[in-house]
Design a protein around this ligand. Sequence first.
Ligand code: CDP
Ligand code: MG
Length: 697
Amino acid sequence: MSQFWKPGTEKPRSCLVDDEEGGVLFYAAPPSSSGHGYSSFERLRQRLPVFKYRTAILYLVEKHATTIIVGETGSGKTTQIPQYLKEAGWAEGGRVIACTQPRRLSVQSVASRVAEEMGVKVGEEVGYTIRFEDKTNQGVTKIKFLTDGVLLREMMNDPLLTKYSVIMVDEAHERSLSTDTLLGLLKKIQRRRPELRLIISSATIEAKSMSNFFRTRKKNDGQASEDNGPNIEPSILSVEGKGFPVEIFYVEEPVSDYLRAAVDAVLLIHEKEPVGDVLVFLTGQDDIDAAVQLLTDEARETTRRHSGLLVLSLYSGLSRADQDLIFTPTPKGKRKVIISTNIAETSLTLEGVVYVVDSGFSKQRFYNPISDIENLVVAPISKASARQRAGRAGRVRPGKCFRLYTEDFFVQDMPVEGIPEMQRSNLVSFVIQLKALGIDNILGFDWLALPPPESMIRALEVLYSLEILDEDAKLTSPTGFQVAEIPLDPMISKMILTADALGCLEEIITIAAILSVQSIWVSVRGTHKGLDEVKLRFAAAEGDHVSFLNVYKAFLQSGKSSQWCYKNYINYHSMKKVVEMREQLSRLVRRLGIIPKSCGMDMQAVRRAIISGFFAHASQLEEYSQNGMYKTVRSSQEVYIHPSSVLFRVNPKWVVYHSLVSTDKHYMHNVIAIDPSWLTEAAPHFYQQRRPSIPLF
Ligand code: CDP
Ligand code: MG
């Protein structure tokens, strides 16, 4: 059995365990406190580039309503600025300093870092909130990290966000849908709360256009109290980084398989280059797992040459123990290889990285309002992203970046900047949130980037058909208002509310929780006999959703055993999340005055509840199709049941799917068999009046 690294005498604090298949390595989580004394943190803090600007930052925030701060990744923006603000008194009198992040993982990670620096426990003076997890203590928490999505939700109860004195919108360059929505709304809030301070921070940002956005005011925006309030002219501060130069290498010819090329590059670096960690940018969990496997196999063949490699993966959804490993210093004589999604591009700082391998791609959301299909597509990154990725190599000393694309491709084919998510997303959740905030004229609102009218129309149509909006595009009562309270996709929320009426809410909550985690199965490449057999054991004739219920029941019967999960190819970490999320959802519906009931074995009720949310995702098997081709009822799109589904090859005549994923074909993920008459019953307006061209079953 080969290993990348054998635990020996110079074992790091954590210990190493290798799995039975002989390759992928795991550490046990390191002890949480690394033994830093408070004062040693003080010294570290003062060495960060942002420290020199401490006084300037506090001055600008005092004087200006909005301050835009640009500074290289690792310069200390996220961890230090909230602390400076607190030290300067911005958290006194019960006020709170908020700092938003686009990703859950970075929220948790920076919160624990800042808590550690301040010598407090997470959840006390320093806390965080992500969807379904609140680690704050009202009245005690002074610095709060949260996703921008969570802050948007807080606006529903407190439209002016009155408890915050300063809101720092971090990683603004990512232009996520939630960040852009938040910036639009915060601009409005500033008019009403001149005492509120905004900080827009980022590694790379078009500071000028951001500044223009906050400077200009629409005529009807209301009066700002310019006499006694802060200067409404945004200030811009650029933090000089201390990044070292990074030498860039390109491939001479385009590579056909970037995964293979990435693995080769890592091996080459390990063989030829002096010590220093390697950061590899791939696109998603599948890719990353495959690369880890390839590196493992490679090392098995040439153990001696590649010993000393420590391979870790980094993507959102990683367990806390695995996250901690990423930040554990590399043991002496070893080389850490972190294979990551673009989460490591700017939002996390990894110490010790000297080499970067950049695939040139990332997974991006693209929405087509005509077919109503939103897909995560592997697409080329922008030049700005490529530069950021390269920059990660120059943190501790001069580094090297190996780009797995040609220089021509960089110069000619990569866009200068990415397209903001608002212009390439399904806007259903966006619309419902704004409606809940009482914003009716969405297209007339001041956004950094205008949402495409076609996507807006499509979103309104979907919400109308779900009876969440009425004919005047107002939230319906109570459905619309209740759906807005539930932080899930409105189709899932609708399914939950109908399940109450059908008496199967216990079951539907379980399904909703399982649909919200990435996958309950352990990830394997391609087909896997063991996994297929296990799936058959849980398979229900009705389809995937009902099979999930079987898995969940069996998991409970096992006493929530990790051993049981391991034997059944079930991801224990995901199941724990499901249990947690279930509890949260249960609490949430109770708050809406709903008591969950179980329907026992009545799976028809469960299927009908699913249809009430997902009727627009119905497809019919093509009559003479030999290869299992379906057509969607909505747009006659050619689709197929995904091989991972329990209904793969079963091919019932009518199905409803949870989502579509496109690779070589459009695949329906998570499918249940239905009776078509349920569709007309669930959504007569959708299937009869509004769509007369659709056959009435
Ligand atoms: O936000 P920005 O990229 O400017 O930097 P930061 O996240 O505030 O990180 C500043 C420094 O804190 C990094 O250079 C790391 O040395 C350290 N840090 C860490 O050790 N562990 C974390 N989870 C976060 C930051
Ligand atoms: Mg940061």
